[in-house]
Design a protein around this ligand. Structure first.
Ligand SMILES: [Zn+2]
Length: 137
């Protein structure tokens, strides 16, 4: 498997080429480019989520991503946030210490391996946005 940096670099190049071509290229060329971009995004997601178990709820492999890059605020380094998560399973309502919380099938950490470990340990992300939980179907 290639490194995240290698895949991201090729994806950036493919996106630049795609945007450059998009104005002038004939449809078949632009379809080929978007196929390449889809494949690179899938490879990048697989690299970020390497070693992750399938989703315990729907049994599909989770996606991996850099959710937010590291940045500096007031001379303090805010670490990057990596995410491994399931895009098929909607968040659910849970109660933690007597408070209603939204629990998502996703795990966050400051490294890809850390996010995979938390995903595999089912250390789900929770927040207070309980109004954003979709109604059961
Ligand atoms: Zn799932």
């Amino acid at each position: 498997m290639r490194t995240i940096e290698e895949i991201q670099s090729e994806l950036n190049s493919a996106l630049s080429a795609f945007h450059e071509k998009a104005m002038t290229a004939i449809a078949t060329e632009s379809q080929a480019s978007s196929k390449t971009i889809r494949a690179l995004r899938a490879e990048l997601s697989a690299a970020y989520s390497k070693g992750a178990d399938v989703c315990p709820a729907c049994k599909t492999p989770p996606l991996g991503m850099l959710r937010s890059p590291a940045y500096t605020m007031n001379e303090r380094l805010i670490p990057a946030v990596y995410e491994v998560g399931c895009i098929r399973c909607p968040p659910v309502l849970v109660e933690i210490d007597g408070k209603k919380r939204r629990q998502s099938y996703s795990a966050h950490a400051d490294s890809p391996a850390g996010a995979v470990q938390r995903w595999n340990n089912q250390e789900w992300v929770t927040d207070s946005k309980i109004d954003l939980i979709p109604a059961p179907r």
